[in-house]
Write a protein that binds this ligand. Structure first.
Ligand code: FE
Ligand code: FE
Ligand code: ZN
Length: 275
């Protein structure tokens, strides 16, 4: 089972891999740059090699990079749109250079222009960013649907995928907190939700799970992560998710409100809940 959590690379990639070992993880997620989007530090290839040795020796699963939150690839404002493309392009190149398998981002907000408009902006942006020579896959994250967020349902994600030229480099990252808030009842009807995902997008596109409980009620369109078992999703549903035949071989990344010791406990708990 591949289970890990979000970790910082502020002190380097190798240090992040060491932290992963400390919490009992065999995968992890990190921000591709500072989450508020400030400029990239120069890449330290020796540090990356140090990380890779640890990953190899400990049979790690695929690492997942997360784009900064502030970018909006659906924006109608050229400055904001240009910044989103610039950051995604630069980070995507870097992640390819160091062979990180997955790069996840929040599709964007149409800010009143309508989701069709926003989806087309995202498609155009991705078609500028992806040249077809990459190996890193870009993952679209399922969103809670707050405000004018795009990615609130499987159809919107499918529409993006359909517009991307090199769509073999596009996948989906399913966030359990987000889809529960978006109105997909993974507590009462996990099989039905996954069938719908398969019908609309295709389960072969699903590459990663953000495993979070939720502080808010079902279908609330809000995005508030909770610790496992302390939210509206609950441990029974979490147990069903990590053991589901369609999901169990995917990598799971915790984004619960925790420090390292909290992550360590949740990872232990998940190993106990695994059939
Ligand atoms: Fe996210
Ligand atoms: Fe997430
Ligand atoms: Zn979230």
């Amino acid at each position: 089972m591949y289970i890990g959590c979000h970790l910082t690379i502020a002190k380097g990639y190798k240090r992040a891999a060491e932290l992963a070992l400390e919490v009992g993880a065999n995968v992890f997620q990190f921000f591709s740059r500072n989450p508020r989007g400030s400029s990239n530090k120069e890449l330290d290839l020796e540090d990356v090699e140090g990380m890779k040795e640890i990953l190899k020796e400990n049979n790690f699963g695929p690492l997942l990079a997360h784009a900064p939150y502030i970018i909006n690839l659906a924006s109608h404002k050229d400055r904001i749109y240009g910044m989103a493309k610039g950051i995604l392009k630069e980070d995507y190149e870097r992640l390819n250079q160091i062979s990180i398998p997955y790069f996840n981002f929040h599709p964007g907000n149409h800010v009143g222009k309508g989701s069709e408009y926003g989806i087309q902006r995202i498609i155009d942006g991705l078609n500028e960013i992806i040249t077809g020579n990459e190996t890193t896959m870009i993952l679209l994250e399922t969103m809670a649907g707050k405000g004018t967020e795009i990615g609130r349902n499987f159809k919107e994600l499918k529409a993006i995928i359909d517009g991307v030229k090199y769509d073999d480099l596009i996948g989906v990252c399913l966030d359990t907190c987000h889809i529960y808030s978006a109105g997909y009842d993974i507590v009462e009807n996990l099989d039905g939700v996954l069938e719908e995902f398969d019908d609309i997008i295709g389960l072969e596109r699903l590459k990663a799970i953000h495993l979070n409980d939720s502080m808010v009620e079902f279908n609330s369109r809000k995005d508030r992560h909770a610790k496992l078992g302390e939210g509206t999703i609950g441990l029974n549903a979490i147990k069903a998710i990590i053991n589901h035949p369609a999901l169990r071989d995917l990598p799971f990344y915790l984004e619960t409100p925790n420090q390292l010791d909290g992550y360590k406990k949740e990872i232990e708990l998940l190993k106990e809940l695994r059939d």
